[in-house]
Ligand binder design. Structure first.
Ligand SMILES: C[S@@+](CC[C@H](N)C(=O)[O-])C[C@H]1O[C@@H](n2cnc3c(N)ncnc32)[C@H](O)[C@@H]1O
Length: 221
């Protein structure tokens, strides 16, 4: 079994050929997009922020965020540029608000071509599909690439130490695993990696869709 569906050869081509660009980012399109927008406002993101959407998928958030941000303040990466472009074509109402050149294919958290003056970065429901080592890579890379960053927001599934090695049922029913997607992590591991990369770590107590938690990493001085 592949550790993530996104790694299966031909996954994006097949899903996009079947018109499934909403399903492959998890569906619940309107509900999740609205929750993401509310979450950003609650943590103090504003239209003047220069924003990077990491693992942006088919722009479930982007189709709402692009018109809300000041013009020119949205960049996105994803393992599949075709997926982002499908969202651009079908979901973004006013295309004049976003230059598609800002939708950059990047599966390695290398951020090619993303300007260094990003204020806020978000990876929503991305590390729920990747192993802990990917989170570690991304944290270090974000810290290095964006010296003016105010915060990195990301979501994970957590599981308690007891029973961590087994599958775990999250609050709204999703079953997560230690070794395959959807992954769960220990809160202590997440906090350790965030701190090691040069951030402080806040884990929000409330649960997002499917039982994910929001982590806020803020650069230490
Ligand atoms: C569950 S979807 C969430 C998409 C988007 N953040 C949202 O909330 O609508 C996970 C996304 O992560 C992307 N992804 C998976 N592995 C990735 C990687 N190594 N680097 C960047 N994006 C990745 C997938 O292509 C997919 O779009």
């Amino acid at each position: 079994m592949a550790i993530s569906p996104y790694l299966k050869p031909g996954f994006y081509e097949e899903a996009l050929s079947k018109g499934r660009h909403r399903d492959i980012v998890g569906g619940r399109w309107d509900e999740t997009g609205r929750i993401q927008m509310r979450m950003l406002a609650e943590v103090g993101v504003g239209p003047t922020d220069r924003f990077l959407d990491i693992g942006a998928g088919s722009l479930r958030l982007g189709c709402r965020l692009v018109p809300w941000l000041d013009a020119g303040n949205y960049w996105a990466t994803d393992a599949s540029r075709d997926l982002m472009l499908r969202g651009y074509e079908l979901e973004l109402a006013d295309k004049s608000r976003l230059d598609p050149a800002r939708l950059i294919e990047d599966a390695d958290f290398a951020f090619p071509g993303i300007p260094e003056d990003i204020d806020v970065a978000l990876a929503f429901a991305v590390f729920t599909h990747l192993p802990l080592a990917s989170l570690e890579t991304a944290l270090h890379s974000v810290r290095q690439h964006f010296p003016h960053l105010r915060m990195l927001l990301f979501t994970v599934f957590l599981a308690p130490d007891e029973g961590f090695a087994q599958s775990h049922r999250q609050k709204d029913g999703v079953v997560t695993h230690p070794d395959r997607t959807p992954f769960h992590f220990r809160e202590t591991d997440v906090a350790r990696l965030v701190t090691k990369a040069g951030f402080t770590c806040e884990v929000r107590p409330d649960r997002l869709p499917r039982g994910q938690v929001l982590c806020i990493a803020r650069p230490t001085a």
